[in-house]
Design a protein around this ligand. Structure first.
Ligand code: OOG
Ligand code: NI
Length: 461
């Protein structure tokens, strides 16, 4: 008997990400239009700006750019979240980070499932921002019990998906034909359904409490609500969106435009109004809006010190604005952001010297040719051009930005105030494991790149 080799989880994730994108493109035509716009813009940035092209080439990011995207889903129960964690694990995706959205009036807490090692990220950087509804925040007990009973009845995974997850866990992986079947079956969980699981009146009651609650409770599964490609120039795409029939939200979330991009800048366009059949209707008569589009530009991952400075400047700008950024105050907000972020060094050297960002280090050709550099310090090697530093790309999300994205798509009526606070422990209990600290991952990648550079240079001795 020949033993079939396992398909690597990284490859399964790469295939799944592609399958998800194809499905979404078919379901939401505007996503296709957005993808084309992003591709065109990225091409023209690379043609025009040789420095960005060179930098993306040396880090290898150029190879993952076209397939880079994140999606988002929202689930209703602990069991759903825990099983999703197992499903994502088959594709090499781990829960990274904890995001509490309740301070922004959104009754969820979240994590991002993604690959954790730079080599895996290089094969496929696909990430899924995954939120768990906090039903305990619904004060109306009758409504809460109703929501729980609706959720208890649904199963968001196909029987074959569940079987293949268990098999991957016990056998240690999936063989080729199983991996192919797994991708198809896993996709079903994220598909859109035109029929709801509640009556029109029940939908209205859930929606009146919070639109997000209706979005999670009233449907068969956690439909993917957006897929976001990575652009190299978000301002340019934002500017060109209206000409392509897409209306973006008023402000770009995240840091202002800079020479040296940091963290994450994002903008989205409004959810579509989609026809829905409720259970007391024999045809499609209702509608629901959940799915939207988003683009993002990624920059350097920040150290705790850099992140503290980012939060300080963001809060200062927002405090001075005195309101949520919106259409009416967008120009003022942008001016305040630019002004406050003047204090954040905008050069690779500045960010490195002040230890504000994480970097990847590479031995240069000059260094490799020189040889015998085993005893020199990293600083000395950098000064002599034997090693070079490139910013390490941010792979995660930002809670304030995520809240802005949620709000722009739920409508401003959704600004509820929840008394209860962040509850990472409850989230991890539901998840069935702890979430990974993203800062630790960046530090490890940075350390590995230093060790590899030094080893390569001393190997020439
Ligand atoms: C998730 C919103 C957050 C992002 O990119 O920050 C998000 C959601 O609406 O479910 O996707
Ligand atoms: Ni998003």
């Amino acid at each position: 008997m020949t033993v079939q080799p396992f398909v690597s989880p990284d490859l399964i994730r790469q295939r799944f990400s592609k399958a998800m994108s194809d499905m979404y493109r078919e379901e939401v035509p505007l996503y296709g239009a957005l993808m084309e716009l992003v591709e065109q813009t990225n091409r023209s940035v690379l043609d025009r700006d040789t420095q960005i092209a060179r930098q993306l080439e040396s880090t290898g990011e150029i190879e993952r750019l076209d397939m880079e995207r994140h999606g988002a889903i929202r689930v209703g129960t602990a069991t759903e979240l825990a099983t999703l964690a197992r499903l994502f694990a088959v594709m090499g995706m781990q829960p990274v980070g904890y995001y509490d959205l309740t301070p922004a009036g959104v009754p969820v807490h979240s994590t991002a499932f993604r690959a954790v090692h730079e080599d895996s990220l290089q094969v496929s950087p696909f990430r899924v921002f995954t939120s768990l509804l906090r039903l305990e925040l619904i004060k109306d007990l009758e409504l809460r019990t109703f929501a729980e009973s609706v959720l208890a009845k649904r199963s968001i995974f196909t029987p074959t998906a569940l079987r293949l997850i268990s098999q991957a866990e016990t056998a240690g992986g999936l063989a080729e034909s199983e991996a192919q079947e797994f991708v198809l079956q896993a996709l079903e969980t994220f598909r859109w359904h035109h029929s709801a699981t509640v009556t029109a009146a029940q939908y209205q009651t859930l929606s009146a409490q919070h639109r997000l609650i209706a979005d999670v409770v009233a449907f068969k599964g956690p439909h993917i609500n957006h897929l976001t490609p990575r652009t190299l120039d978000i301002d340019r795409v934002q500017e060109q969106m209206p000409a392509h029939g897409i209306t973006p939200k008023a402000v770009i979330e995240g840091p202002p435009r800079r020479q040296c991009p940091i963290l994450l800048r994002q903008t989205s366009f409004k959810a579509l109004d989609e026809p829905i059949a409720f259970t007391d209707q024999d045809e499609i008569r209702g509608s629901h809006s959940a799915r939207f589009g988003e683009i993002e530009q990624r920059g350097a991952a920040l150290t705790p010190k850099g992140r503290a400075l980012y939060d300080l400047l963001l809060n200062a700008a927002r405090d001075e604005l005195g309101d949520f950024p919106n259409e009416a105050n967008a120009a003022h907000y942008n001016a305040l952001m630019t002004q406050h972020f003047g204090e954040f060094p905008d050069s690779v050297e500045g960010m490195r010297e002040q230890e504000l960002a994480y970097f990847r280090y590479f031995a240069t050709e000059k260094g490799l040719a020189a040889g015998g550099l085993g005893d020199a310090s990293l600083e000395q090697l950098l000064r002599d051009g034997y090693v070079k530093a490139e910013p390490l790309v941010y792979e995660d999300f930002l809670p304030v930005s995520a809240a802005g994205i949620f709000h722009s798509n739920l409508g401003d009526a959704a600004q509820t105030h929840y008394g209860e606070h962040s509850n990472r422990k409850a989230f991890e209990q539901a998840l069935g494991r702890t979430t990974i600290d993203e800062l630790g991952l960046y530090a490890e990648t940075q350390k590995r790149s230093i060790d590899e550079s030094l080893a390569a240079l001393s190997g020439n001795r």
